[in-house]
Design a protein around this ligand. Structure first.
Ligand code: DX5
Ligand code: ZN
Length: 216
């Protein structure tokens, strides 16, 4: 199974953001995970459009935008205008999941639906046919550097069984080279890593994660 690694810039040094993204790309990253937090859906605020627009001018890497914002339908168009290639929003954040998917797909972009660790996969199932990706959060959304919640592996197994072999199942939160094997064995094929990529030497870290994935 092909594994995609999506480094999360939440853990980057924002003073050196352009260089760090360049390092990740040179180390082979094809996706970049971009965490948008509104201080309402999650108890933290990250960044918004200007950062995405600035980065978009410098790179063609796939922008994997994870919206941790309430009522994402208010802003999906603007995130696509800013440069998103994949827009993932939370099932818990909207009553208009169908409308959100339509907004993303009608612009020719890929749509992802995210669920928090305690949200059952039932929240995703009705939309599987129209989604490009499901994101199973493996920490409570809001902060980088938290510990991986192992109980989520069972949801990944169930989702993989329901979604078939080619569907994108993303995990996000607490991933390290030491614990990456279990979620992949369970069926995850898109791995987000923030601290594990951007804390320390980006190239070395990417190499280590890639090496583990290659052995699986
Ligand atoms: C958490 C974010 C994650 C975060 C992961 O709410 O969605 O993408 O950056 O960071 P690490 O890999 O450090 O847990
Ligand atoms: Zn994320």
């Amino acid at each position: 199974m092909e594994i995609i690694l999506s480094p999360s810039i939440l853990a980057a040094d924002f003073v050196k953001l352009g260089n760090q993204v360049g390092d990740a790309e040179r180390a082979g990253a094809r996706w970049l995970h971009i965490d948008v937090m509104d201080g309402v859906f999650v108890p933290n605020i990250s960044f918004g459009f200007p950062i995405i627009e600035s980065l978009r001018k410098r790179t063609n890497i796939v922008f994997d935008v994870h919206l941790m914002i309430t009522e994402p339908e208010r802003y999906i168009e603007k995130f696509i205008d800013a440069g998103a290639d994949i827009v993932t929003f939370h099932a818990e954040a909207t009553d208009n999941t169908d409308e959100c998917i339509n907004m993303i797909k009608s612009r020719g972009k890929r749509a992802g639906l995210a669920i928090k660790p305690k949200t059952p996969i039932d929240a995703v199932m009705p939309y599987l046919d129209r989604l490009d990706m499901a994101l199973c959060m493996t920490v409570e959304p809001g902060y980088g550097g938290q510990e991986y919640i192992k109980a989520v592996d069972e949801k990944i197994t169930a989702l993989r069984a329901a979604a078939g072999k080619d569907f994108l199942i993303q995990i996000d939160g607490g991933v390290t080279a030491a614990n990456i094997a279990e979620p992949i064995a369970a069926g995850a094929n898109v791995i987000v890593a923030g601290s594990a990529v951007f804390n320390g030497n980006v190239r070395e870290n990417m190499k280590e994660l890639d090496a583990v994935c290659a052995r699986l």
